[in-house]
Design a protein around this ligand. Structure first.
Ligand code: SAH
Length: 250
């Protein structure tokens, strides 16, 4: 099995494919200042199996939501949730890349994205998604962020290697401004979003995953890399998290 396929297999049974929670999704929505009763066109880009899209669909009873992810297996799971939650008239899920979307310019009032924009780069993503927003439209995007001006070499090197575009809050806000947005609000995802909602449920799957894949070298390497990531988070959580950025197109 390909490495990517193994990664999908490991992540597809959990509610979140990255740090987050229903509480922080709804907190971020509150910070947009939008009326939850409004008729909004919303995009959820890099939706995974749909934790945020489902939460938003229930919280915004008159919104229409288009959720997109590159991974067809995740979209299949979301399609099932859309059916079982009776959301077929307002929430649609499609497989596609968030840097090449099938939507016309100025389609959305609100573009949502949790733990996914890094895949296409924060600045490139903002540039592209801005076109898809209507006048004065909003983005609510979570992005891996340094919480301090400096940090121990071990964690600095790890993230520089994983995602060279990682930056401080001040750096991310200046990118937002440079790309034609006015920042409205920002908060940091708390440790529970990483440990209780993401890493905890994932860790519980490790043993069965290894068993299922016959303890292959590839499966063991994947689990080892996930364990390294988790250990680094536990050690260095004071220095980085996801920042949730809410901003308005100007
Ligand atoms: N928003 C979800 C998933 C975050 S994980 C949550 O918070 O749980 C990041 C997601 O980005 C994965 O589902 C992955 O399949 C998706 N992804 C990665 N590259 C992508 C791309 N180019 N286009 C669309 N989705 C992408």
């Amino acid at each position: 099995m390909e490495d990517l396929q193994l990664l999908i297999d490991l992540h597809q049974g959990t509610l979140h494919q990255g740090p987050g929670s229903e509480g922080t999704t709804l907190k971020a929505f509150g910070l947009t200042g939008l009326d939850p009763e409004a008729t909004l066109a919303v995009g959820d880009f890099g939706c995974g199996t749909g934790s945020a899209a489902i939460a938003l669909a229930h919280h915004l009873p008159h919104a229409t939501i288009q959720a997109v992810d590159l991974c067809a297996e995740f979209i299949d799971i979301l399609q099932q949730r859309i059916q079982s939650d009776h959301l077929t008239d307002r929430l649609s899920a499609l497989t596609g890349s968030i840097d090449d979307l099938p939507f016309a310019d100025e389609s959305f009032d609100l573009i949502w994205s949790e733990g996914a924009i890094y895949n296409i780069g924060f600045e490139a993503g903002l540039t592209y998604w801005r076109q898809l927003l209507r006048d004065r439209g909003l983005i609510a995007v979570s992005e891996i962020t340094w919480l301090t001006a400096s940090r121990p070499a071990e964690i600095d090197e790890y993230w520089q290697n994983e995602y060279p575009e990682i930056g401080t809050v001040a750096n991310k806000l200046s990118v937002i401004e440079r790309q034609g947005f006015s920042p409205l609000a920002f908060f940091v995802l708390p440790p529970a979003c990483w440990l209780d909602h993401y890493y905890g449920p994932l860790e519980q799957k490790f043993a069965a995953f290894l068993e299922h894949h016959g303890h292959s070298d590839q499966a063991q390497a994947l689990i080892a890399s996930q364990q390294q990531e988790i250990a680094l988070y536990r050690t260095y959580q004071a220095y980085f998290s996801y920042g949730f950025y809410i901003a308005q197109k100007v």
